[in-house]
Design a protein around this ligand. Structure first.
Ligand code: SIN
Ligand code: CO
Length: 381
C-alpha cells in the first residue's frame, strides 16, 4: 500500500499551515513511486466512450485542445502534447489505491484522480484551478511553476482552455518521480514536461453555494418537498403597493430558511448530493447473478471490494437509524445496522467482521446482493 511520507513536517502541520492556504513541494512524498498505470494503458482508456479525456497541444503557436475518445495518437508526434484523462480511479483499481494515502480528508471532498501523460515540452498551459490538488510525479521529470494568489486575469486560450496571464513564481521546481506538489485553489500554476512523463493528480473539490443551492432545488423538486406556501393571515393594511417591506422580506427569508433548518431534509440532501459521482463508474454487472447465500459464503474467505470512485457516505444526523447514501440514493436499514453502515462507507474492502451487524439484517443483505450483482462491490476472484 502507498504510504505518504512527510519528511519535513507532520500531517497536523500540513493541515494547519498548508491545506487550503499555500502550495508546498513534498519531496519524495511517495518513496520508490512507480506509475500506477502505463502510458499505453492510459492512452487506451482515452479511446473509451465513457472516459473523459483531453489532448492539449500547440499548433503554429496557438493552444489547441481536443476532447476524447481518441482513435490514434500518431498525428501528434513525439513532442509538445499532453493527454489528460479524468477519474482514472474509476477504471483502474491500481490507480484507486492512490486515494488511500489521502484518507485524512473525507471522501465527500474528493473529486477524482486525473492523470496526464506528456511528451517533452507538453503541458496544459498556465491556469488556475478551483480545487485542491496533490500532483504526484510519476515517471519522467516535469518543471512546475506556481504563482501567488492575486488578481490574475483569465482568458480563453482556446474554447476548451481557460488560461491565466504570466505570473511570478513563488515555487519553481523540477519534480522527480515520487515528489508531490500540493496546490490549493486559486494559485496560478503551470507544468511543462522535461521528458516523457506521467503525473497523477488527486483532486479535492469544494462546492460553491451556487452549486449546492442548485442541487438543493433539484432535490426538493424530485422529492416533492418544500411545497408549503408562504402564508400571511392577519396581514396589516399595506400602504405602498410596490414595496416588499421589512417584515415581508423577513417572512420570505424565514420561509426559505425553514428548508435549510430542516435537519432531516438537509441530511438527506447532503448525503445524496455529495455521494453522486460526476464521472461514469466502471460497473460490471455479474453475468450470473449471485444469491445472497452465495456471496455471504464467499465473504468468509475474501473481502468485497468497492468499485473505484463509488461514493458511500453517512451523516451524523441520520446514521443512528442505519441510513447511508450510495451513488446519490438514500438507504435506511435500521438502528441495529449502524455499525455495518459505517463500515460500508468508511472502508473500501468489506470483511465478514466489518459487516457483522448487517449480515443479520435481511434488508441489508438483500440490498448488498443487488449491489454485488450490479457491480458496485465485487470479489477479486
Ligand atoms: C497536468 O497534469 O498536466 C495538469 C495538472 C494541473 O495543472 O492541475
Ligand atoms: Co491545474
Amino acid at each position: 500500500m502507498l504510504k505518504l511520507n512527510l519528511a519535513d513536517f507532520s500531517l497536523e502541520h500540513f493541515m494547519a499551515h498548508y491545506w487550503q492556504q499555500k502550495p508546498v513541494v513534498i519531496r519524495q512524498g511517495f518513496e520508490a513511486f512507480s506509475d500506477l498505470i502505463s502510458p499505453n494503458d492510459l492512452a487506451g482508456l482515452a479511446c473509451e466512450n465513457e472516459v473523459e479525456s483531453r489532448l492539449v497541444f500547440k499548433e503554429a503557436g496557438q493552444w489547441q485542445a481536443e476532447v476524447g475518445p481518441f482513435e490514434s495518437y500518431k498525428r501528434f508526434g513525439k513532442t509538445g502534447w499532453t493527454l489528460v484523462v479524468q477519474a482514472v480511479n474509476h477504471w483502474s483499481p491500481e490507480v484507486a489505491e492512490l486515494v488511500k494515502p489521502f484518507a485524512f480528508i473525507p471522501k465527500w471532498r474528493l473529486d477524482d484522480v486525473m492523470i496526464s501523460y506528456a511528451t517533452p515540452g507538453g503541458g496544459v498551459g498556465p491556469h488556475i484551478d478551483l480545487y485542491d490538488v496533490f500532483i504526484c510525479q510519476g515517471s519522467g521529470r516535469r518543471h512546475w511553476r506556481v504563482g501567488d494568489l492575486g488578481n490574475h486575469k483569465q482568458f480563453a486560450a482556446h474554447a476548451a482552455l481557460l488560461h491565466t496571464e504570466p505570473f511570478e513564481a513563488i515555487i519553481d521546481v523540477e519534480l522527480l518521480p515520487g515528489d508531490i506538489l500540493y496546490i490549493p485553489p486559486g494559485f496560478p500554476h503551470e507544468g511543462v514536461a522535461l521528458e516523457e512523463s506521467m503525473s497523477f493528480s488527486v483532486g479535492f473539490r469544494a462546492k460553491s453555494a451556487c452549486d449546492m443551492l442548485s442541487g438543493l432545488a433539484d432535490f426538493v423538486i424530485d422529492k416533492e418537498l418544500g411545497k408549503t406556501l408562504i402564508s400571511d393571515p392577519q396581514r396589516p393594511i399595506h400602504s405602498h403597493q410596490g414595496q416588499i417591506n421589512t417584515s415581508d422580506f423577513a417572512l420570505i427569508k424565514a420561509h426559505l430558511q425553514a428548508v435549510l433548518d430542516d435537519k432531516a431534509l438537509m441530511a438527506d440532501f447532503a448525503g445524496s448530493y455529495l455521494s453522486k459521482t460526476k464521472c461514469a463508474l466502471d460497473l460490471q454487472a455479474l453475468e450470473e447473478p449471485l444469491e445472497a447465500a452465495d456471496w455471504v459464503d464467499m465473504l468468509a474467505d475474501q473481502p468485497l471490494i468497492r468499485t473505484g470512485g463509488l461514493r458511500c457516505l453517512y451523516v451524523d444526523a441520520t446514521v443512528a437509524q442505519g441510513v447511508c447514501y450510495v451513488e446519490g440514493e438514500r438507504f435506511e436499514f435500521g438502528a441495529a445496522c449502524q455499525e455495518a453502515v459505517v463500515a460500508l462507507c468508511d472502508h473500501e474492502h468489506l470483511t465478514q467482521d466489518l459487516l457483522q451487524t448487517g449480515l443479520q439484517n435481511p434488508a441489508f443483505v438483500s440490498q448488498l446482493t443487488d449491489w454485488v450483482n450490479a457491480g458496485f462491490w465485487y470479489f477479486q476472484d
